[in-house]
Design a protein around this ligand. Structure first.
Ligand code: NAD
Length: 259
């Protein structure tokens, strides 16, 4: 394929991306891929040390980086995060709502505050970030794109213990469609990527007891995914090749859901 065609389909040069929960795992994989394709990247995380660590990796890929400390479930943090991104990088063209948590509790032993915390981060957080970033995109008047990192748990409960998580990701899929409809007139696309098992800092803790091997036996491609493989799909949706896709939920799971 000619270099110009590749450039035309996948280049993110001149775009600014904001990745929440970008300090580790899938978020870090997204930040890296977006930077490698030419975007400047703001890396936001609850943990500022991790945001700074990934911002340095992004800088190594040639992008202008920005590290931000923010809790996506807190309205004031989200407003400040978007404001600083626009002030320091000039715009927001791509928002990746990746920050998410998955503590394990079966329904029978569910602490109500844990239920609420999962929804506050995974659903309210995505809504707040979308609202604030889309406001900035509207003001700039040059369109934009939002990619929500959902999960196959929104379609299929793999284990007992993630009812709040699965329900929150189901809600995120519907939020994706509602936002796609609302923002289409502004040329802002909104899609969700639904990963299967991916090896990250978060799942390394959760996979502690041989769960990874158990899971891999059920994945037709025979292995869990890598953060950069999710990042590549996010970059595709956020780039020119994905420009006509909106309201979609794209499963990236090595075939898990068809097994
Ligand atoms: N890893 C998987 O197997 C998998 C599968 C499907 C979906 N996902 C989704 O991918 C996303 C990332 O998962 P991961 O496995 O990379 O997790 P991870 O725990 O490795 O990384 C998540 C990052 O988000 C940050 N974070 C947590 N709460 C936050 C908040 N309130 N505000 C800002 N940042 C916050 C953490 O500090 C951390 O750096 C989540 O939304 C998760 O639900 C993961």
């Amino acid at each position: 394929m000619k270099h110009e065609v590749l450039e035309e389909l996948f280049s993110l040069r001149g775009r600014v991306a904001l990745v929440t929960g970008g300090g580790s795992g899938i978020g870090a994989g997204c930040a890296r891929r977006l930077a490698e394709l030419g975007a400047d990247v703001a890396v936001a995380d609850l943990r500022s040390s991790e945001a700074e660590r990934v911002a340095a990796i992004v800088a190594g890929a040639g992008a202008s980086p920005l590290a931000l400390q923010a809790d996506v479930s807190v309205e004031g943090d989200v407003a400040a995060m978007v404001e600083r991104t626009v002030a320091e990088l000039g715009a927001i063209d791509i928002l990746v709502n990746n920050a998410g948590i998955y503590p394990s509790h079966p329904i029978a032993e569910m602490p109500v505050d844990e239920w609420d915390r999962v929804f506050a981060v995974n659903v309210r957080g995505a809504m707040l970030c979308t609202r604030e970033a889309a406001r900035a995109m509207r003001l700039a008047g040059r369109g934009g794109t939002v990619v929500n990192v959902s999960s196959i748990e929104s379609f299929h409960p793999s284990f007992v213990g993630l009812p709040h998580y699965g329900a929150s990701k189901g809600a995120l899929n519907m939020l994706t469609k509602c936002a796609a409809l609302e923002y289409a007139p502004d040329r802002i696309t909104v899609n969700a990527v639904c990963p299967g098992g991916v090896e990250t800092e978060g799942t390394r803790q959760a996979f502690g007891d041989g769960l990874k091997e158990q899971l891999e036996q059920r994945i037709p491609l025979g292995r869990v995914g890598r953060p950069e493989e999710i990042g590549a799909v996010v970059a595709f949706l956020a780039g020119p090749a994905g420009a006509y896709i909106t309201g979609a939920t794209l499963v990236v799971d090595g075939g898990y859901l068809v097994s």
